[in-house]
Unconditional design. Structure first.
Lengths: 493, 244
């Protein structure tokens, strides 16, 4: 009886700890609507007692999708049109059921949409709409003197202006313009008609009217949680509560609050959940300083682990090969080759092997740090004064003693300079690691880029620059302590 | 009298036999005195020296050191019984002068007292003061560096010293001082020496036995006076005339 009780307790404990230690990984892409939807899902799950890990700001559709399929993340918000066009590359329109049939074999599923449709829209100022009695896109045919300016991309795309004009019989003269400038130009009255995304926060701010796409020309971009099938059933039910809650106007408001109201994603998402009675008002206030500390520590962790591994591997590999000219050249050549891969591409290349998050970032940073360490160490070892080598052999030092008392100490200055270079490069490159969900000081930079928020960008960029400077100083100190004056290498690199 | 070094029919070439550097060398160096090997660059004199402490292997023939052939294994141990000093001293720049001198003794496991005693004695014998100890080699003059180099070579009380033109980078006045120090130490320690040099005057001054080497062959071999009185070859005669 007692044994049974103990066994029961052990099983209960095991079940509980497995459940507790397995956080649900919620991701988002790196634009603000995606962050807000990610926060909505994350906070709702937390409200229901789940442990959530946020992997926000991933660099694009394919990174998110691959991460979901490989199980690196458990869910993110995706758009029906994006799955149809960019992921599955279907030629015909598909319903959610049809999309789910296509992706079921990957072990993932699209839940019911949030409600809004973030598609292309044709917009005009409200007073223009009233003056010309514009309701549908087709009404533009009659309003010939309106000035139509659209984004360059929209002007080129087959599902943009050319297709739209053919569908509705529009004959207006059209010019291309940078999308970011179009809203301002519209507001200033310089132009009258432009293209937009139907949930842009600017639509409310500038009091714009969307013309009805009554012929259904634009594809539908309904946002919905895209989840892994192995997500706990209870979590799926919880996420289901979000279905149909957000219409276009509501999404516009939330986007606008983030872009123009300078409010945080978490704040905006929490307010919405509270208004719907889905959350109590007890949001975690993430202050700037605690964010800064967390990001800096994560940044140091990424670069520290990568650098330590690179020093270990770099120095040992150098010692192993330096007596062999061909091997030394080969190794330097190989690591030089790695250096020519652009950092963002190298990070992306790591995803198929290591998924997203810290691991691939550390591996990429490790590979980047390897070259300066290898090259400096091997060069130093192979260019030592031959007289000293001759003396070391002739006086009766064994191979190991030669390494320890002659080769290593004499290569140390150059080796340290290489490590210093590697450290500074790593700290800079690690800011890009946020694109693959590794966190660090790149996090506010990525988010800031999405929001066009310079302040937020600086919250990542300034500490990263300071970290690089401090690293330089620390290495200078190390060199002062370790090396006699005449052996110091002047500048790093 | 026994010999410290013997060459028996030694050949040595480089580049897979393409360049013959030593050709049928038959030599015996007496113990307790300095043998000077004189020759111009390319004569093979440095190769000859490197064969003695087994940094190089002969292609043919045998080298005996104190009557024994060179061991095939534990070469480090063998080399530590032979002191070695080169042109420019070859001191390790990252070690203080003292650490340069005592490195081997530390590796040999000498006690701190033994090391200190021997180190002090050598400094005095070479005419150096204790203030060089904690400085680095580059902070010393060329002559001082050379003396530190000799201290290092003598630290383990070797029975044989190999000297590869150790005095040639030092200015002539300083050189005379070092000669005297060196001769005094050699007498005191009773160490045999092989000196490689291109300087006939230096050879005659320091050596009790002379070897004239040219293009890998021994032209003449014997006590200095004998060589000076009766040069066996016109090259030797030229050396004697031009350099003395």
């Amino acid at each position: 009886m007692r044994r049974c009780t103990i066994m029961f307790l052990v099983m209960l404990f095991a079940t509980f700890s497995a459940w507790a230690s397995e956080p649900i990984k919620v991701a988002s892409k790196n634009f603000n609507e995606s962050y807000i939807l990610g926060e909505l899902a994350a906070q709702l799950l937390e409200q229901e007692g789940f442990v959530v890990e946020r992997r926000f700001g991933l660099g694009g559709t394919l990174i998110c999708y691959e991460a979901l399929v490989s199980g690196e993340i458990d869910l993110y918000a995706e758009y029906t049109g994006t799955i149809e066009q960019a992921i599955l590359k279907l030629s015909a329109r598909a319903t959610i059921e049809e999309l789910n049939e296509h992706i079921a074999e990957k072990g993932i599923r699209l839940l019911d949409p949030f409600g809004f449709n973030n598609t292309y829209a044709i917009v005009v100022r409200r007073e223009v709409a009233e003056k010309y009695a514009l309701r549908n896109i087709g009404d533009l045919v009659e309003a010939r003197d309106l000035k139509v300016v659209v984004s360059h991309e929209f002007l080129q795309r087959e599902d943009g202006w050319p297709g739209l004009a053919a569908e509705y019989g529009l004959r207006a003269r059209v010019v291309g313009m940078e999308h970011g400038l179009a809203y301002q130009a519209l507001n200033d009255g310089e132009i009258d008609v432009t293209d937009a995304y139907s949930t842009d926060g600017e639509l409310q701010r500038y009091d714009l009217t969307i013309l009805e796409d009554d012929k259904g020309f634009f594809p539908e971009y309904f946002a919905a949680p895209l989840i892994r099938e192995d997500l706990p059933r209870r979590a799926v039910i919880v996420l289901g509560k979000l279905a149909g809650l957000l219409d276009n106007a509501r999404m516009q408001t939330m986007n606008s609050e983030v872009v123009f109201g300078k409010r945080s994603f978490a704040d905006v998402a929490n307010e919405f959940l509270v208004s719907k009675g889905l959350a109590s008002d007890r949001r975690v206030v993430d202050t700037m300083w605690s964010n800064l500390l967390r990001n800096t520590l994560q940044h140091l962790k990424l670069t520290g682990i990568a650098l330590a591994a690179a020093i270990l591997v770099g120095v040992f590999a150098s010692l192993a090969v330096f007596r062999n000219t061909a091997l030394s050249r080969g190794l330097i050549y190989f690591s030089g080759l790695l250096q020519t891969v652009p950092s963002i591409a190298l990070l992306a290349l790591m995803i198929p092997f290591f998924g997203i998050g810290m691991y691939p970032a550390i591996v990429a940073l490790f590979l980047y740090s390897l070259l300066p360490i290898l090259r400096n160490t091997i060069t130093a070892l192979t260019t030592l004064d031959p007289t000293l080598i001759r003396v070391a052999i002739a006086m009766g030092l064994s191979n190991r003693e030669q390494l320890r008392y002659v080769y290593l100490p004499l290569s140390l200055p150059s080796m340290l300079a290489g490590i210093r270079t590697a450290a500074v490069i790593s700290i800079g490159t690690a800011t890009l690691a946020a694109f693959i969900g590794a966190g660090g000081l790149g996090d506010p930079i990525v988010t800031g880029l999405a929001l066009n928020d310079v302040g937020l960008i600086l919250q990542g960029a300034v500490p990263a620059a300071l970290l690089a400077i401090v690293t330089e100083l620390v290495f200078e100190l190390i060199e002062r302590l370790v090396l006699p004056g005449h052996l110091r290498v002047e500048a790093a690199g | 009298m026994t010999n410290c070094v013997e060459f028996r029919g030694v050949d040595k070439s480089f580049g897979g036999g393409a360049r013959k550097v030593l050709d049928g060398i038959e030599l015996a160096f007496p113990e307790g005195i300095t043998t000077a090997v004189v020759g111009e660059s390319g004569s093979g004199k440095t190769t000859l020296l490197q064969l003695i402490n087994a940094v190089l292997e002969p292609d043919a023939g045998e080298i005996r050191v104190f009557g024994a052939s060179i061991p095939a294994l534990h070469r480090e141990k063998f080399r530590r019984r032979i002191g070695y000093s080169v042109q420019g001293a070859g001191l390790f720049p990252h070690l203080t002068n003292r650490n340069n001198v005592v490195l081997l003794a530390r590796l040999e496991g000498w006690t701190a007292e033994e090391i200190e005693e021997r180190y002090r004695a050598l400094l005095t014998e070479m005419g150096l003061t204790a203030d060089v100890s904690n400085r680095y080699p580059r902070e010393l003059s060329g002559g001082q560096q050379q003396r530190v180099g000799l201290c290092r070579a003598l630290m383990l009380r070797p029975a044989l010293l190999l000297l590869d033109e150790p005095f040639s980078a030092v200015d002539p006045i300083t050189r005379i001082g070092i000669y005297e120090r060196f001769q005094a130490v050699q007498d005191h320690e009773g160490v045999s020496a092989v000196l490689v040099t291109h300087d006939m005057r230096e050879a005659v001054r320091l050596a009790g036995n002379l070897v004239i080497l040219r293009e890998g062959k021994v032209l003449q071999h014997g006590p200095p006076q004998e060589v000076l009185d009766a040069p066996a070859h016109e090259y030797v005669e030229m050396l004697v005339k031009d350099h003395l």
